[in-house]
Write a protein that binds this ligand. Structure first.
Ligand code: REY
Length: 412
């Protein structure tokens, strides 16, 4: 199998590309309903695999040691990979490699909280302080504001990582309590009144993690495990915090320093304690596709909560944000649902169609490299829009560090 070849790969100094289509192991799909104007996989163009490989090669040219993508599409798996998982051994990167998924974690955290809404343990319209008395200085901040990045809570990571490598080295072995992270945020003025604007902030999902622990009486790890990882048999997915290792086979992550031309920093080992429920999960392209397919096809929450997760607010060009879930409108008119992630050494894209029928997850094992981040956006175009001429593709909206900071006006 080509993927097995890729895993055994001994390619030295050369770009390795693997590409294949194999039947999925077990990918039960429940919903195949086609809504007008939406993106059921049956109505989508075929993925452009040559285009996908081109995107990965371009990311390598721009400085990523490795890049890979996996498409799960109604029982067919397509893999593409280029470059290395490890710059020392030159082992080829491949879909068996685990990695840090950064903010794709937010989709998991939101899912757990929406399950708690289903269980009547939580109300989205209630004040965060109702559940965590005194945590926030404004009792008007609701759970919904937090999950939709409309709380106005300042993102403490802006200060933490103002200088990329020193900022990272200062926290890589640190263990924070979630409360300490919230305190860091509260040292700064809030960015907007509760509900008044969209302003992406990791603080929101640190608070979300605290809500999970408070309402269940269990650790975030236990809840991810019992509610998502075990039921979906996500064998590559771990909340290892505060452990610093990625268990098993994994891609090493290489952080790009701010100084042009400076050597990449191996950032693989870290606690990710600075992110917690906002970004500390480890996973694989296979598990992320399984997770998003399950979520969008309604297997993880009630239909009512899934609909609430998808009450979209404008969140930048061609994008909208729901509850821990982002919608991106692609150049061909298709919308996809998921999240991006940026944690030191790893850029992740994980998106699926409206019905969960086709999912794409992609990784580049570098970060702090805006060119690579924007190039990797092309994996979505190749996976969901198929082969298109440059003119037809138009100009895809670029990704910013926090994807989009533009305020939107809140409706509730
Ligand atoms: C943290 C800095 C980015 C990453 C962040 N990640 O908020 C969350 C996400 C979990 O959205 C770092 N950039 C990099 C800098 C920039 O340090 N000065 O690119 O690795 O996934």
């Amino acid at each position: 199998m080509a993927s097995a070849m890729a895993r055994r790969g001994t390619v030295v100094g050369a770009v390795l590309l693997s590409l294949l289509a194999v039947p999925a192991q077990a990918a039960p799909r429940e919903s195949t309903a086609i809504e007008a104007g939406t993106t059921a996989a049956g109505t989508l163009p075929k993925p452009d695999l040559a285009g996908l490989r081109g995107v990965l090669r371009k990311a390598l040219k721009q400085g990523a040691p490795g890049a890979m993508a996996r498409i799960d599409d109604g029982g067919t798996v397509r893999l593409a990979a280029a470059g290395v998982a490890n710059r020392k051994t030159l082992r080829a990167i491949g879909d068996a490699d685990r990695f840090r998924i950064g903010s794709v974690t937010k989709v998991f955290t939101a899912t757990v909280l929406l399950q708690l809404v289903d269980e009547k343990k939580l109300k989205l319209g209630s004040s965060v302080n109702r559940y965590l008395p005194g945590l926030l200085p404004d009792g008007r901040i609701t759970v919904r504001h937090v999950l939709s990045h409309r709380s106005g809570l300042y993102d403490y990571t802006n200060d933490m990582f103002a200088r990329t490598v020193p900022g990272f080295e200062a926290v890589r072995t640190k263990v924070f309590t979630p409360r300490q992270l919230v305190e860091r945020s509260l040292r700064r003025p809030r960015t907007n009144a509760p509900g008044a604007a969209y302003s992406y902030s990791n603080t929101n999902f640190v608070v979300a993690g605290m809500l999970v622990e408070k309402l269940t009486g269990h650790s975030l790890r236990t809840e991810y495990q019992n509610r998502i990882i075990n039921p979906l048999k996500l064998s590559d997915t771990f909340y290892a915090h505060p452990g610093t290792k990625i268990p098993g086979r994994h891609a090493r992550g290489y952080l790009t320093p701010d100084q042009a031309g400076a050597a990449l920093v191996d950032a693989t080992r870290q606690t990710v304690s600075w992110a917690q429920g906002a970004g500390a999960l480890i996973s694989s392209t296979r598990d992320l596709n399984t997770f998003l397919t399950a979520l969008l096809s309604g297997r993880l929450t009630s239909a009512a909560q899934l609909a609430r997760m998808q009450r979209w607010m404008p969140a930048g060009t061609s994008q909208a944000y729901g509850l821990g879930l982002r919608r991106r409108n692609l150049s061909c008119g298709v919308s996809v649902y998921g999240h991006t992630g940026a944690v030191q050494g790893y850029y992740t894209y994980a998106f699926t169609t409206k019905d969960g029928g086709r999912s794409l997850s992609a990784l580049a094992n570098t970060s702090n490299n805006g060119e690579v981040l924007n190039t990797m956006l092309g994996t979505l175009e190749s996976a969901f829009c198929g082969k298109r001429t440059k003119a037809a593709r138009g100009v895809a909206a670029p990704v910013e560090r926090h994807e989009d900071i533009a305020p939107g006006i809140a409706l509730d």
